[in-house]
Design a protein around this ligand. Structure first.
Ligand SMILES: Cc1cc2nc3c(=O)[nH]c(=O)nc-3n(C[C@H](O)[C@H](O)[C@H](O)COP(=O)(O)OP(=O)(O)OC[C@H]3O[C@@H](n4cnc5c(N)ncnc54)[C@H](O)[C@@H]3O)c2cc1C
Ligand code: SF4
Length: 324
């Protein structure tokens, strides 16, 4: 592990100033970053501990929407009454993430900034991995790719995005508020992750809050997570669905998939095609999803993910629809 300076910031302006230094990174709950230091995934020169910044852990809800402070703990957001009642997909995504101990430490901002779980990326020995060492190749491409993405990947990297929360936020059209030396700005969630899963944050910028607009689709939402074991496991495939149903037919729907692409994968064609479809009509639901699923490009060991994700989407639509 490389030596680094440690600094505890007690105000937001001091944190922003400290983060402007070359090689400085924020430390929140530390559940990811400390592992990266130990595993050699990150070698910052300076850790700016933002864990004590007052007010950034606030969770507030009103008629316009939900504001989640970047330093809110995953467990606090998952258990918050307004989140559970009006944004159930968010509460469910959080409670199905990691373990109770981790959720008590980990923050929402840190969750959105986590890196992928590709075993080659996390390996103790050095393996070809473009995310660890640019230009070194991708061991997963010719190796074990059961976990890999089926949508939107390139030969540079086939790892899917790992955050559950991000999938719910993608479906519910969240906005990320950030602050840096240049001031504050808001980033639509659809623009927060680039095509390779990297974020739109500039050096020195901090996520300060996440805003989710209030809506009927958010209130009738569900997060379905399919994993290799029942708890303490990342998603093989996941779905966030939010619906408004009238007389058994879909009036409005928001859909995003997790575990299948370098970033949360919104199903925008399906959202249009699903309007008017009866919740009980399995064939019509499949047909409406087919347009987006035609773009699936599974690898050598994960062809099963396409059908799994399709079935998971139908199941999540039905569960969310029953809440409407
Ligand atoms: C064993 C294990 C299992 C897990 N399982 C799941 C799972 O099933 N689902 C899931 O979604 N996640 C899972 N996680 C990831 C977990 O949710 C993250 O580790 C956690 O949310 C990170 O938050 P943190 O506050 O500890 O971040 P830190 O470790 O402090 O930081 C992580 C990264 O975020 C940056 N950062 C932190 N806060 C900010 C901010 N406000 N603005 C800008 N950058 C910031 C840091 O600089 C660092 O780069 C798991 C983690 C572990 C270790
Ligand atoms: S999939 Fe991505 S993270 Fe995994 S080895 Fe390839 S480049 Fe590295």
């Amino acid at each position: 592990m490389q030596d680094f300076a440690y600094e505890r910031a007690l105000t937001l302006p001091k944190a922003i100033a400290a983060l402007a230094h070359k090689g400085a990174v924020p430390l929140a709950g530390g559940t990811e970053l400390v592992n990266w230091l130990k595993e050699g995934i990150a070698a910052p020169r300076r850790l700016v501990d933002i864990g004590g910044l007052a007010g950034l852990d606030r969770i507030a809800a009103d008629a316009k929407g939900l504001t989640l402070g970047a330093l809110a703990r995953m467990s606090d957001a998952a258990g918050h009454a307004a989140v559970r009642r009006d944004y159930p997909a968010i509460a469910e995504a959080l409670v199905k993430s990691a373990s109770p101990q981790l959720r008590n430490m980990a923050t929402l901002g840190g969750n959105l900034m986590q890196r992928n779980r590709c075993p080659y990326f996390r390996a103790e020995v050095e393996l070809p991995c473009n995310k660890r060492k640019a230009g070194s190749g991708c061991a997963a491409l010719a190796g074990q790719d059961r976990f890999a993405a089926i949508f939107g990947w390139t030969e540079d990297c086939v790892a899917p995005h790992a955050s559950d929360l991000a999938v719910a936020l993608a479906a519910l059209d969240a906005t990320i508020h950030v602050e840096g030396l240049q001031g504050t700005r808001s980033i639509a969630f659809a623009d927060f992750y680039g095509t390779t899963g990297e974020t739109a944050l500039r050096h020195g910028e901090l996520i300060t809050a996440i805003h989710v607009p209030a809506s009927e689709t958010a209130r009738h939402s569900h997060y379905l997570k399919i994993r290799e074991r029942r708890s303490y496991e990342f998603a093989l495939v996941s779905v966030a669905a939010g619906l408004v149903v009238e007389n058994g037919h879909i009036r409005e729907v928001r859909l995003a998939l997790g575990g299948v692409a370098p970033k949360p994968w919104r199903l925008r064609r399906a959202e249009k095609a699903l309007a008017g479809v009866a919740l009980t009509d399995d064939e019509a639901l499949r047909r409406a999803l087919a347009g987006d699923f035609a773009a699936a490009r599974p690898g050598r060991h994960n062809g099963f993910k396409t059908e799994l994700a399709l079935r998971a989407a139908i199941k999540a639509i039905r569960i969310a629809g029953e809440k409407s």
